[in-house]
Design a protein around this ligand. Structure first.
Ligand SMILES: Nc1ncnc2c1ncn2[C@@H]1O[C@H](COP(=O)(O)OP(=O)(O)O)[C@@H](O)[C@H]1O
Ligand SMILES: [Mg+2]
Length: 249
């Protein structure tokens, strides 16, 4: 379970401050798949980075399975897998297997654990034939598979994906969506940001909409449809953005 309480974040940009998050509060239950929605600059990446302990909120607190994201960051890190859009964090000169081994070592996995897990992931993603090839020559879809495997190497209970399908072709996007289904079936807790409404509609139990650093909706999709008297997520999204925070549930 993730509990986010009154999280705010200001970035110092030369002499001015940019407020990226304002008093964000919401919970994510174990096994819940949450879609994080919001236009560019809304604060999605900042929020995901804060949960992942990659940045420290200016105020407020985040608790992950009972561990505090600032005071017990290493416990939180163990429980979370992250994949941030655009940056795969892979080493081109290493093979897929070497990349995965490198991250397994960072997570303190034993030789045996490492071997079993890499095998498991290779089967899951159909990349056994690619394990001993250098990542530098891989297609975008294949790189994405290795990057996702890397994020899942320590078998985390919670997974954060920042715009995972942005820039992917349809085949790779579909593989990703299938993966979310499988992870959900395994009881994983997932938060992913997306611009693609169909994707959110297909995969998420609930949505969090952020606008200018504030949560303008958190709840299930049915509740949102009911509240807005519409099932068109694109329409709802636009109308939420226009009306701002007045309709927080
Ligand atoms: N390291 C940073 N330094 C200064 N401003 C930042 C930094 N990271 C993000 N911001 C600002 O915070 C706001 C939220 O950014 P971000 O979380 O990346 O939004 P999103 O992922 O929803 O597009 C934006 O105004 C952005 O310019
Ligand atoms: Mg972003």
């Amino acid at each position: 379970m993730i509990i986010i309480q009154e999280v705010s974040k200001q970035f110092k940009d030369r002499k001015t401050y940019v407020t990226a998050l304002k008093h964000i509060s919401f919970d994510v239950k174990k096994g819940e798949v949450v879609g994080l929605l919001g236009e560019n600059g809304a604060g999605k990446t900042t929020l995901l980075r804060s949960i992942a302990t990659l940045i420290t909120p200016s105020s407020g607190s985040i608790s992950v399975d009972g561990y505090d994201s600032i005071k017990q960051a290493s416990e939180v890190k163990k429980r979370i897998g992250v994949l941030f859009g655009g940056e795969t964090g892979l080493y081109d000169r290493l093979t897929a297997k070497e990349n995965l081994e490198y991250f397994a070592v960072l997570y303190g996995m034993s030789r045996h654990e490492k071997k079993v897990r890499i095998e498991e992931l290779a089967v899951m993603f159909g990349m056994k034939d690619y394990l001993n090839r250098k990542v530098g020559a891989f297609s975008k879809g294949m790189r994405q598979k290795v990057a996702i495997s890397r994020a899942l190497i320590h078998n985390p209970g919670i997974i954060l994906f920042d715009e995972p399908t942005t820039g992917l072709d349809i085949t790779s996007s579909n593989i990703f969506r299938q993966l979310i289904h499988e992870l959900k079936a395994k009881g994983k807790t997932i938060i992913f940001s997306s611009h693609i409404m169909e994707e959110v509609q297909m995969l998420c139990d609930s949505v969090v909409m952020v606008h200018k650093g504030e949560v303008v909706y958190k709840g299930d999709l049915e509740g949102l449809y009911h509240e807005e008297a519409s099932r068109d997520l694109n329409y709802i999204f636009m109308s939420k953005l226009v009306r701002g925070k007045s309709h927080v549930s």
